[in-house]
Ligand binder design. Structure first.
Ligand SMILES: Nc1ncnc2c1ncn2[C@@H]1O[C@H](COP(=O)(O)OP(=O)(O)OP(=O)(O)O)[C@@H](O)[C@H]1O
Ligand SMILES: O=C(O)C1=C[C@@H](O)[C@@H](O)[C@H](O)C1
Ligand SMILES: [Mg+2]
Length: 175
C-alpha cells in the first residue's frame, strides 16, 4: 500500500488518524486543505467568502491532482467534501486505497460544536446542538453515495488508530 486516502465528514478524524497512519507506515503525510491553503496563500474561509464554493471546489480538484502527481507514496487526509466534486472519488479509488471514516453524526457534532463557526459550511447556523446536528445529517445524506465508494470503511466512534491498523492489515492479507 503506497497511497492511502482518508475520506469522511468534517471532524471524522481524517487529519488525526492520517498523521498516525503515515508515521506507522513510514509514508509522507499531506492534508489536502493545508496543501490548498498553502498554494492559494489564503484560508479556506477566505476563499469561500470571497470567491464562493464553486471556485473552492475547482481549486480543491486541481490541488488533489497536483498532490497525486507529486507523490507516488503518501497518506492523504482529504477535505470533507472532496469525494463529491469533479470526479474526485473516481480519481481517488483509481490512485490508491480509500478509507471512509464513518463516524456517527452525534459524535461529529460533539467534536465540532466549538469549532463550527470557523467552517464555511457549518457557520451561520442558529445556536445550539440541534441545528448543527441537522446540518451534519443533511450533509452526510447528500455525501453518502460518494463516501460509500471507498474500498474500506471504519464504523462508529471506535474508529481509533488501532482499529484502522487492524482493518488495513486484514485488507492486505485477505485482499
Ligand atoms: N478517534 C477519535 N476519538 C475521539 N476524538 C477524535 C478522534 N479522532 C479525532 N478526534 C478529535 O476530533 C476532532 C476532529 O479531528 P480531525 O481534525 O482529525 O478531523 P478531520 O476529519 O480532519 O476534520 P476536518 O479536516 O474537517 O477539520 C479533533 O478535535 C480530534 O482531536
Ligand atoms: O465538508 C466540506 O465541504 C469541507 C470540509 C473542509 O475539510 C474544507 O475542505 C472545507 O471547509 C469544506
Ligand atoms: Mg482535517
Amino acid at each position: 500500500m503506497d497511497r492511502l486516502f482518508l475520506i469522511g465528514m468534517p471532524g471524522a478524524g481524517k487529519t488525526t488518524l492520517g498523521r498516525a497512519l503515515a508515521a506507522h507506515y513510514q509514508l509522507p503525510f499531506r492534508d489536502l486543505d493545508e496543501e490548498l491553503v498553502q498554494r492559494a496563500g489564503r484560508s479556506v474561509a477566505d476563499i469561500f467568502a470571497a470567491e464562493g464554493e464553486a471556485y473552492f471546489r475547482q481549486l480543491e480538484a486541481d490541488t488533489l491532482r497536483a498532490v497525486l502527481a507529486e507523490h507516488e507514496r503518501l497518506v492523504l487526509a482529504t477535505g470533507g467534501g472532496t469525494p463529491c466534486f469533479h470526479h474526485n472519488m473516481r480519481v481517488l479509488t483509481q490512485s490508491g486505497l480509500t478509507l471512509w471514516l464513518e463516524v456517527p453524526v452525534a459524535e461529529l457534532r460533539a467534536r465540532l460544536q466549538h469549532a463550527a463557526a470557523a467552517r464555511p459550511l457549518l457557520a451561520a447556523l442558529p445556536p445550539g446542538a440541534a441545528a448543527l446536528e441537522k446540518r451534519l445529517s443533511e450533509t452526510l445524506a447528500a455525501r453518502r453515495e460518494f463516501y460509500e465508494q471507498a474500498a474500506l470503511r471504519c464504523h462508529g466512534p471506535a474508529c481509533t488508530v488501532e482499529a484502522v491498523f487492524a482493518l488495513i492489515q486484514r485488507y492486505r492479507t485477505t485482499g
